[in-house]
Every structure is written in C-alpha cells, then in structure tokens.
Write a protein that binds this ligand. Structure first.
Ligand code: SAH
Length: 448
C-alpha cells in the first residue's frame, strides 16, 4: 500500500492554491466545505473564484507564483495550465515537506484527492492513487447505494451522544458492545429518521435491546432493478424475511439479502391467490417474532397496492413500519415507451384508473373521460380492453384516438403495441401479449 488514506483536519489552516481557472475552482469548491483558510495565487482569476474567495479568512493574490508564498501552508495545490509552474510548486512543496497535489499529474503529487461520499460527519473516501478516477467514482456510486443519505443523521446523532455514552459506560469494551447492539436495533432506523429521543431508548438501554420486529413496505418498481430507490435497496439488504407478489421481477428479488427467507404471497396463474387477510396476519406474526419483514410490492405500494389494509393491521397491533415509494407502472412504462404522460399542448392532466372488469363490466365514470386533453392510464386493464375502448368511443372520444398497450414495461421482454381505440382490441386479440400490461390512452401516445 503506497498511499495511506488520512482525513486531514484543515480547520484554520492555510491551503495554498496556485491557479485561477476551472481546475482551481473545482478544488476550491471542495476546500470551501472544510474550514481551511484558502490563499489563491494566479495572474488571472476567474470571476466566480473571486466571488468565493473575496473575503476573510481567504486571500487572493493577483500575480505570478513565488516560492516564498508556500510558507506556512498545511497543504499546497497546483492547478495551473502551465506544467512548468506546476512542477515548480511541487518541487517547492517537497523541499519544505508540505503535502502537495498537482491536478492531473499524479507523479508530482505527494497526496491525491479521493472520490468522496459525504455523509457528514461520516466521510467515505475512495482512491486509486490517481490511477483511475473513473473507477473510483464508480466504486463510490456502488457504496452510495448501501449508505443512504440518512447515515448523516445517524452519524450526527452518535456524535451528539458520545460524551453521554462515555459517562454512562466507562469501559471501552462495554461501549463498543452497546454500540454494536444499537446498530442492529430499530434504534438505528429511529436515529436515521431523526427521532433522537426514541433512539435513546436503544442506545442507553440498560438491559439488552428489546427484540422487536418491523415491517418495510417497499415499492419494487415496474421490473428493471435499476429503477429501485436507494432506500429500497437498503431495506432489501436489511430484511431477513421477504414477502413478495407476482409483479416483483426476478431481477429485483435477486437484490434482496442472500440469506433472507423469500416467501411468495401472490397469485400464480390459475391458482388461488393468498388471501389479503392471511397476508395481514402473517406480517403481524412475523414482526412479533422479532423479524425484519420486507413487504415487496410491484410499482408503488400506494397505487393499486391494497396497502391500506396491511397498514391498518400493523397499526392495530402497534408494529413499527416504514413505507418506501417505488416507480409506478405508469411512470416506468411511459418512460420505456417514450410517451410523455402530460404535454403542454396535448394533455394537461393524467388519470390513473383501474381497468379490471367485474362481471364483464368496467365500472368507471366514463362521462368524465370525454376530453381529449387528458391522458388516461389503465392498470389491470387487459381483460377489459374491449370494454374500455367501446366505452370511450361511446362517450365521445374519437375513433382515431391513439392508444398504447405496454406489456412487461421496463423488463428485457417488454412489448409495445400502438393503435387506435377502434383497432386496438383486434390487434391485441391477434398478438400473444402477456401480463402485466398497462394501457395508455391519449394524443401523447403519438408523441413526438
Ligand atoms: N402498485 C403497482 C400496480 C399494481 S396493480 C404500481 O404502482 O405499478 C397491477 C397492474 O400494474 C398490472 O395489471 C399492470 O396494469 C400494471 N403493471 C405493473 N407493472 C407493470 C409492468 N412492468 N408493465 C406493464 N404494466 C405493469
């Protein structure tokens, strides 16, 4: 290991930056997040840099760099476009044993800038000794997925409780144990939600933390696992039991924790689906047993997801839960098909509707759908497609109104059919189209 990663306390220390252009500005922007005093030297200084460094404790010197300016600096950065000047700065710094970074010249550096994941006060830095900045940024993005933004609140909470913890638990070993238990307890999530007082019950628990389960209601999106939210991914890694249904794609399910128990609670073709009441009871029982239960639902759990009933059961039994939204089929399919759901000229509103037929009828207020400047999105509408088209025609929509049927949107085997209200039922009957399918009606379908 040639480079030792260290976190440098720059409070009230001077950092010399040589250079006044774009390269210098990027470094200055980063340095301004610290409490360093910046001294910038350059013959020409970018207006934005002047604005940022125009006042105390910072200092601007217009003119050429002189070796003497390096004195009293804790860190030196050479960011000019002139290799000769950069080399001179690097040599001076080395001669004075001052750490130096030269932008885009790793050979001249004694320190390099890592890619940073900022969850202040938690900082994660990734470096490759400046050999591959693209790779380090990529790795940082991977880490970003597992360290959500709320870690910042957690780190702040723990920083604020440090003194009290040292006072309460005098032995290092005790404290470490308590902290480990805390990070495994629901207290961690509480601190991340800024419920500090409740988190204290776990951090300062005198007896072992109470074993209490919780439920995560998580939107799995329309199928493409890259459309999961960071928060969804985080909870998917945390839960030890996963309850999922039909709409959760295999690619998404694969992102749940390897050793988690996965239980299917949906409807397999032809078979009876698990009764909603049984799912409610199962959630309550598993959480009571102390499990972290992930309830994974396709799309957004709050849209046609019957989540109200599950939440009511959790509230009734006082089980803690969190809801994480997901990308709903309308958004996912529209994006995949390049269809804007609203458009300045074509559609000023969008409605999400349930197209599922009951006793051969789709019961909807059809009269309200006569305006051609509104986009209609039907969920669960394949079985009712003919009725939907018929009703819209009967209620004033033109025969050539564009309609799209999107099957398995955002998945590798996605299919998109476009036709008119008049021709779509026939087209679908001739095509072996598979569920899940989403129907979009309106001028926007023909966009652009
Ligand atoms: N909560 C879900 C909707 C559940 S209702 C969401 O927000 O997306 C189930 C219906 O969603 C399906 O019948 C279908 O109309 C639609 N749907 C879900 N995923 C889909 C996909 N990948 N492609 C097309 N339609 C989808």
């Amino acid at each position: 290991m040639r480079y030792l990663p260290l976190h440098f306390d720059l409070k009230d220390r001077q950092v010399l930056v040589v250079g006044g252009g774009e390269l210098a500005r990027r470094k200055v922007d980063l340095l301004l997040k610290t409490e360093a005093r910046i001294h910038l030297v350059a013959p020409d200084i970018d207006a934005r840099l002047q604005e940022r460094l125009g006042q105390a404790p910072h200092q601007l010197t217009l003119g050429k760099y002189h070796s003497a300016q390096i004195r009293d600096s804790a860190l030196v950065i050479a960011a000019t476009s002139e290799p000769r000047v950069n080399t001179q700065v690097a040599e001076d710094a080395r001669a004075n044993n001052i750490p130096v970074n030269v932008v885009d010249a790793p050979d001249l550096c004694t320190v390099t800038f890592p890619a940073i994941l900022d969850r202040e006060p938690l900082l994660i830095s990734v470096g490759s000794g400046a050999t591959s900045p693209v790779l380090t940024r990529y790795v940082r993005e991977l880490i970003e997925q597992v360290i959500p933004a709320a870690f910042s609140d957690l780190a702040k909470y723990l920083a604020g409780r440090r003194a009290r913890l040292i006072q309460t638990l005098t032995q290092v070993k005790q404290r470490r144990r308590q902290m480990e238990d805390f990070l495994d307890s629901p207290g961690m999530a509480l601190a991340m939600q800024r419920q500090d007082a409740k988190a204290d019950d776990y951090l300062f628990a005198t007896s072992p933390a109470p074993v209490s389960g919780e439920v995560y209601m998580v939107g799995a999106g329309p199928g493409d696992p890259d459309l999961l939210t960071l928060k969804a991914l985080h909870l998917m890694q945390k839960a030890d039991i996963v309850l999922y249904d039909n709409l959760v794609s295999p690619g998404v399910l694969e992102r749940t924790r390897r050793d988690a128990t996965r239980e299917f609670v949906g409807k397999r073709s032809g078979n009876q689906s698990t009764r909603q009441e049984d799912i409610n009871n199962l959630l309550v029982r598993l959480a009571r047993e102390g499990h972290r239960v992930l309830r994974l639902k396709g799309g957004d759990p709050l849209i046609f997801g019957r989540m109200g009933e599950e939440i009511a059961a959790l509230i009734e039994h006082q089980i803690p839960f969190q809801i994480v939204p997901g990308i709903t089929a309308a958004s996912g399919c529209a994006a995949a098909a390049g269809i804007p759901l609203t458009h300045r000229d074509m559609a000023q509103s969008v409605r999400m509707l349930m197209g599922h037929p009951r006793d051969g009828q789709v019961n909807l207020p059809w009269k309200e759908f006569s305006h051609d400047n509104e986009t209609l999105v039907f969920y669960m509408g394949l079985g009712g497609l003919a009725t939907i088209c018929q009703q819209l025609l009967a209620h004033g929509r033109a025969a050539d109104t564009p309609i799209a049927v999107i099957s398995k949107g955002t998945r590798p085997d996605q299919q998109i059919l476009k036709a008119t209200l008049e021709t779509m039922p026939g087209l679908v009957a001739r095509t072996q189209i598979q569920t899940p399918t989403l129907i979009i009606v309106g001028e926007v379908v023909n966009f652009p």
